[in-house]
Design a protein around this ligand. Structure first.
Ligand code: FES
Length: 160
């Protein structure tokens, strides 16, 4: 299946198919399939949700309910880099609110927003598993702990 940019591509289908036997319950494949398709442009359009629903033999609503529940699946365009700032207890006790407020100020966006140059999207998230280094955040695949207000700009500037 290779019908324009809104349909699944051959390599996506192959990757999804390669995972099928790993999951005896077919619903369990949905998140991986969404992550595979999301790699294409960083988010998943309505058209891609429909294509995935057809391909996996679910309703659009079933696929979309997983996509909108899981906070690492994006249903609208996001920035080149995704900043995931932890808002759970350890980080909150160690000043994540202050870090978040400063990130918002530096970037000129609110949670869920994307900078006007398309570089960063700021997303609050539950525990990143770095509680011993709280407050913590991830930018794409990189982790940053023991955050201080005065090192945020340097961290952001290290991403082009
Ligand atoms: S509470 Fe923030 S990383 Fe665990």
């Amino acid at each position: 299946m290779l019908i324009g940019k809104t349909s699944l591509r051959e390599y996506e289908i192959r990757e999804i198919e390669s995972l099928r036997e790993r999951y005896p319950v077919k619903q369990a494949l949905i998140i991986d399939a969404l992550m595979i398709v999301q790699k294409r442009s960083g988010w998943i359009s309505d058209e891609l949700i429909k294509s995935l629903a057809d391909f996996l033999d679910f309703s659009v609503e079933e696929i979309d309910s997983v996509a909108t529940f899981y906070n690492l699946i994006f249903r609208k365009p996001v920035g080149k880099h995704k900043i995931l700032i932890c808002s759970s207890l350890c980080c909150w006790l160690n000043g994540s609110d202050l870090i978040s407020e400063n990130l918002k100020k530096i970037l000129g966006i609110e949670f869920g927003g994307t900078t006007s140059d398309g570089q960063f999207t700021l997303i609050p998230i539950q525990c990143l598993g770095m509680c011993d280094k709280s407050p913590a955040m991830m930018i794409d695949e990189d982790s940053f702990g023991c955050l201080k207000v005065n090192n945020l700009t340097d961290i952001l500037e290290s991403f082009d």
